[in-house]
Design a protein around this ligand. Structure first.
Ligand code: BES
Ligand code: MN
Ligand code: MN
Length: 461
């Protein structure tokens, strides 16, 4: 039987199985969901077994387990290692969801006229890694597995994949392959296919500013006592200059400057400023002068406050000067910035600009290396040919602003390049309320993946 015929015959079930998977609240960041997250790993393992994978195992780590499975058809054929993650972001703020985050519903939207699945994890990444499980099932069932395929689906991506490097080190042999294939990114639009060729890195810190040793009456002490919230705001404001460049000393030292040709090639990818502004309902775009909006969001580093708190935030007014103020700050990094180096530079700078009236504590959280993937490799060309076959258009290479820290570890530890063949849309609201994934995208992915394996098997020397 033809793979496409198999897919259309089993379409309904392939959808219902994803909906069931989306009902499991596998939130890695919140210990209250630990048993659901472990259960999710078991469910994924069963899907792999049923799809025809061998040696399926839920491999324990210091954190949540990694689900492994493989189909070795012939050791002389190339091997593709499929990576994805079964953990999801927390659903909050839950009040802003139009339907419960773990009760998937299908609704039509402007960009998804055929309908989209609304649920946490629909696009990031359950809907996307599950396309690989279903495509694999179809390949096995129709006896058309053109290369060896290994699966490695982890459960801690959303909390920085902290135990995954150890896993790679410990299972080098088992994970040996020729390329890593990941669907955890997106396309420009459903009629503008693209392949992600770069990811930003990340340095993430929490800062604590301590003023007086206790909360004070803002009348009795106000005017002379240092207010850590005011001071934190001033310090944060000074982290960018009038051109919106980051002022942390040495921050840009290692930033890779793209050639004029590379920037011209980037400018070819369609982008509408008006549509962008409309999509998030803003009056104007912000950012570093001298760079286009897509450049600001991909090849340039950023510094953003992700959260800020301190003092009294309850109902009514309380006249108080708080003892402490806090902020969480993320810096997205580009090649060849190093997360540890940037974190150290941030800490030194932040302490240096603090007035004598306060004490500063900087706590590094997780980080991640940036990554760029080749565009002339057999694996890129295989992904390009696969998407061309199913979308009817040659995909454009685009650098993304997001981060998948393990991609650089695949290269460093396993010596493997990665292909980022994702099918989501930026507007699918990943990490936000009402996350969704288009039915078009889900089934287009399932249809495209077998082409990738066939094209890769054909090209790999
Ligand atoms: N799948 C996303 C990353 C992504 C999405 C890259 C869309 C490109 C396009 C991933 O699950 C994610 O959210 N990564 C985190 C990093 C992590 C260290 C928490 C991120 O980018 O914030
Ligand atoms: Mn993801
Ligand atoms: Mn994510």
């Amino acid at each position: 039987m033809d793979i496409r015929e198999y897919m259309s015959e089993h379409r309904e079930r392939m959808l219902n199985e994803l909906l069931e998977l989306l009902r499991i609240p596998s939130i890695s960041a919140d210990a209250a969901y630990a048993s659901d997250t472990h259960k999710c790993a078991e469910v994924v393992a069963n899907h792999l077994r049923n799809a025809g994978a061998d040696n399926v195992e839920v491999v324990a780590t210091e954190g949540y387990p990694v689900v492994y499975g493989e189909k070795m058809v012939d050791v002389s054929l190339p091997t593709v290692l499929v990576y994805g993650h079964y953990d999801v972001q927390p659903a909050d703020p839950i009040d802003l969801w139009d339907s419960p985050a773990f009760e998937p519903v299908i609704k039509k939207t402007e960009l998804h006229p055929e309908g989209a699945i609304f649920a946490r994890g629909a696009c990031d990444d359950k809907g996307q890694f599950f396309m690989h499980v279903k495509a694999f099932e179809a390949m096995v069932a129709t006896n058309q597995v053109p290369c060896n395929i290994k699966f490695m689906i982890e459960g801690e991506e959303e909390v920085g994949s902290v135990h995954l490097e150890d896993f790679l080190e410990a299972h080098k042999e088992r994970l040996s392959a020729d390329v890593v294939l990941v669907s955890d990114t997106g396309v420009i639009a459903n009629d503008v296919p693209s392949i992600t060729t770069g990811l930003r890195g990340l340095s993430y810190v929490e800062v604590e500013v301590t003023g007086p040793n206790r909360d004070l009456h803002s009348g009795l002490y106000g005017g002379a006592a240092p207010n850590p919230i005011n001071i934190l705001c001033e310090m944060i404001a000074s982290l960018k200059d009038e051109n919106q460049q980051i002022t942390v000393a040495g921050f840009y030292d290692d930033v890779e400057e793209l050639s004029a040709e590379e920037r011209e090639a980037m400018a070819e990818a369609p982008f509408s400023e008006e549509a962008y502004k409309k999509s998030i309902d803003i009056g104007a775009v912000e950012g570093e002068s001298g760079y286009s909006i897509p450049e600001r969001m991909s090849i340039r580093p950023t510094l953003d406050v992700n959260g800020i708190w301190g003092g009294y935030t309850g109902e009514g007014a309380k006249t108080v000067i708080a003892s402490k103020a806090y902020a969480k700050i993320s810096m997205r990094l580009v090649p060849h910035q190093n997360p540890e180096d940037i974190t150290a530079k941030f800490e030194a700078h932040f302490k240096k600009i603090a007035p004598d009236s306060v004490k500063i504590k900087v706590s590094p959280m997780h980080g991640g290396q940036p990554a760029v993937t080749p565009t002339e490799s057999p694996s890129y060309l295989a992904a390009s040919a696969a998407m061309e076959a199913t979308f009817g258009k040659v995909p454009v290479p685009v650098r993304s602003g997001g981060s998948i820290p393990i991609v650089s570890s695949f290269e460093r530890i396993l010596g493997l390049k990665t292909v980022l063949m994702g099918f989501g849309l930026d507007s699918d609201a990943i990490h936000s309320p009402n996350e969704h994934y288009g039915l078009f995208n889900y089934f287009k992915g399932i249809e495209t993946i077998p082409h990738f394996h066939a094209e890769f098997a054909k090209r790999h020397g």
